[in-house]
Write a protein that binds this ligand. Structure first.
Ligand SMILES: [Zn+2]
Length: 328
């Protein structure tokens, strides 16, 4: 493969067959490689530094009831940060949705003896909505399966809408302060436009699927996306060690918010879960003994089953030795 060099500073670029734009590691210049993409529409949400993420990690440990008690045994192994590319844009959707909801209608009446009675029946209610709205959409510009924390980063971005900087406006010294590894962009603008229109229709369809028992007519069209841009979002992962196991916490790079993590289970929680295992075994044993004595085989089956489900569930929790936390 031919060697690519940065248009601005001449440094060598890392380019794979899927690369659409390569951001120079040395100067931050976005080099267009292939596909449909305008580098003036590339933006970046500036990241905090590695040190600030470490501080955010320890602040979280202090705030977390379980982690605080074991903080002296926690050791940071590695802090890794990168910018990942996302396509962002607005899609206007318009059209008609007819749907049916099955409802219960009740009425009270007085019977022949003068008593009050209630009579209910199910009825089909028909609705017709006109959809006319603009959706703000964001989607990964990569083809790989999303790694742990990505959906949480996206949710946090939609909630906070952090400030963006045009990548081309950053000079070398500004880039030097913000730079992190930049993951490859593997989806160009044309593909992103297609995806966004499909996503927009899905958003509306899912909304109606959730509230309707039946969709009778769905004629909603998505217009061409507007204000479409490629956005680099910073994400950090802190790997830390506790009792010979490695856990990780994912942070949003712009404000240091912990968005997702796996955490060690403290000794107390372990006891609680083991209690669950013991209880499960106990139910199984008692049920089994009782059932065998009285000849009630059905009961034996059910209680042994319940017991093993309980101990299986709690046993699994202990084996994992960790819990998954997602920040809201
Ligand atoms: Zn360069």
């Amino acid at each position: 493969m031919e060697a690519f060099k940065c248009e601005r500073c001449g440094a060598p670029l890392e380019v794979s067959p899927e690369t659409i734009v390569a951001v120079c590691h040395y100067c931050g210049f976005p080099n267009h490689i292939t596909g449909n993409l305008k580098t003036e529409d590339m933006f970046l949400v500036p990241s905090l530094s590695k040190g600030q993420i470490a501080e955010a990690f320890w602040r979280n440990v202090e705030r977390d009831f379980d982690l605080r008690r074991i903080k002296n045994s926690i050791q940071i192994i590695e802090i890794e940060g990168h910018y990942a590319p996302y396509w962002v844009g607005e899609v206007h959707v318009e059209g008609r949705v007819d749907y049916t909801v099955i409802e219960e209608e009740c009425e009270t009446y007085t019977d022949s003896r003068g008593g009050t009675r209630t009579r209910c029946r199910t009825v089909e209610k028909h609705y017709s909505d006109y959809v006319d709205e603009t959706l703000n959409l964001i989607g990964s510009a990569r083809r790989q399966v999303e790694s742990f924390g990505v959906t949480d980063i996206v949710r946090h971005y939609s909630k906070t809408r952090p400030k963006e900087k045009r990548l081309l406006d950053l000079d070398e010294s500004q880039w030097e302060k913000l730079k992190l590894e930049v993951l490859n962009t593997e989806m160009d603008e044309e593909q992103a436009r297609l995806m966004m229109r499909e996503d927009a229709i899905d958003v509306i369809r899912n909304r109606y699927s959730a509230k309707a028992d039946r969709i009778d007519r769905f004629e909603v069209k998505a217009n061409e996306p507007r204000n479409i841009r490629l956005l680099l979002l910073p994400m950090w992962t802190v790997y830390y060690k506790f009792e010979n196991s490695i856990f990780h916490a994912v942070f949003a790079g712009w404000d240091g918010k912990r968005v997702a993590s796996t955490e060690p289970m403290t000794a107390l929680r372990r006891v609680e879960y083991l209690g669950g295992v013991a209880l499960g075994i106990l139910i199984g044993a008692v049920g089994g003994a009782y059932g065998a004595n009285s000849g009630a085989f059905a009961l034996t089956g059910i209680t042994i089953g319940l017991g093993s489900v309980l101990s299986g569930y709690f046993g699994l929790k202990v084996l994992e030795g960790q819990r998954v936390e997602r920040g809201g």
